[in-house]
Structure formats: structure tokens, C-alpha cells
Design a protein around this ligand. Sequence first.
Ligand code: FES
Length: 108
Amino acid sequence: MNWVTICDEQALPSKRGIAAWVAGKAVAIFHLGDAGIYAIDNVDPATGVSVLSRGLLCEFENELFVASPLHKQHYSLTTGRCLENETLSVDTYEIKRQSGKILARLLA
Ligand code: FES
């Protein structure tokens, strides 16, 4: 997948998630300050609802997770794995800054 421009770097809110379209998929993007910028599918695979950008963020054993606002499953921001159910996962995306813009692409 090619890089897709998401927004201006200054438009990305800090310490919370936003949802964006990346090549026809809803993606949740989290700008965590010095901890980096992460992107995963916005759709919660447990429910099929596009909500993960609104989930609470937490850390477990040095791994960052977002908890779905619906049934609270945790999804890793780095691998997409679900902490509570190994049959569930989300896709993860690579993020880069370029010329003042934020770009994303699906990790292979
Ligand atoms: S959000 Fe409460 S334990 Fe993860």
C-alpha cells in the first residue's frame, strides 16, 4: 500500500485518538507525544463498530494498548493483537512525517 497523507502535522491532536480514512479503511491514529504516533484499524473486530480512536490508552508490560469503548478488549498499538482474545486482531499502520504532513500506510 502506498503512503496516504492524513493531515497537517499541527492538526494532529496530542494524547488522544482521531479517525481518518486510509485507502478506504477507517484508521485510528494516536499521537502520544514523545512516545510516538501509532495507527491501527478503527474498527473493533469484536463488534464491527468503528470506535477504537475513542478508546482509553494504557500500557501493559511495556506495550501500548487501546481499550475498545464497547466491550473493553485491548488492542496493541504496535502489533494489533488483542490482549484478551488471541483470535482477534487489528491491522497496524506505519506513520511518517514529511514536509509538515502526517502520512500512513498499512504495514506488510
Ligand atoms: S484502559 Fe483501563 S486497563 Fe486498559
